[in-house]
Design a protein around this ligand. Sequence first.
Ligand code: SF4
Length: 169
Amino acid sequence: MQNPDHTNITGTAINYLYICTRKLWFYRNHLEMEHTSEYVDLGQLLHDESYTREKRREWNIDDLIRIDFVDKQGILHDIKSGPAMETAHIMQLCYYLYLLKQKGISNRKGVINYPRQHRTTEVELTPETEREVETAIEKVSEIAALPTPPHADYMKICKSCSYQELCWS
Ligand code: SF4
């Protein structure tokens, strides 16, 4: 089977797929409002101030993904503010590993760091997670191509979503 086309799929898009498909639609249709959210600013601050001793920080790959740092064992790390959306975080990091594999780089392990909670979650690209990533890539393209944003019911996370004004005002 041919790999799905991931050439314009960002790690953020994969993350949003598992958070809210409506959010994903706004993002993919260029309604980018992240700069208006104080929560995003807090996330950036956390990111900037955590693990500052790691030397190999921030790898941008094709403007699609941004790896926070790679440790001495070659394990990818992604820093997040909290585990509430852990499935989205896991799939985002699996996508990073998948993308690297497409480029012939064989790091298969990653860790999600939650510095505020002092915890980590290990992630591995297995044949199963690889298939899940491929399904996610296809779903992102399908949702982005919808003529209108998908319906969503109000969720707890809407409170901190940068698109809340578009949805609920
Ligand atoms: S406000 Fe809620 S429903 Fe609207 S895009 Fe954000 S998370 Fe989705």
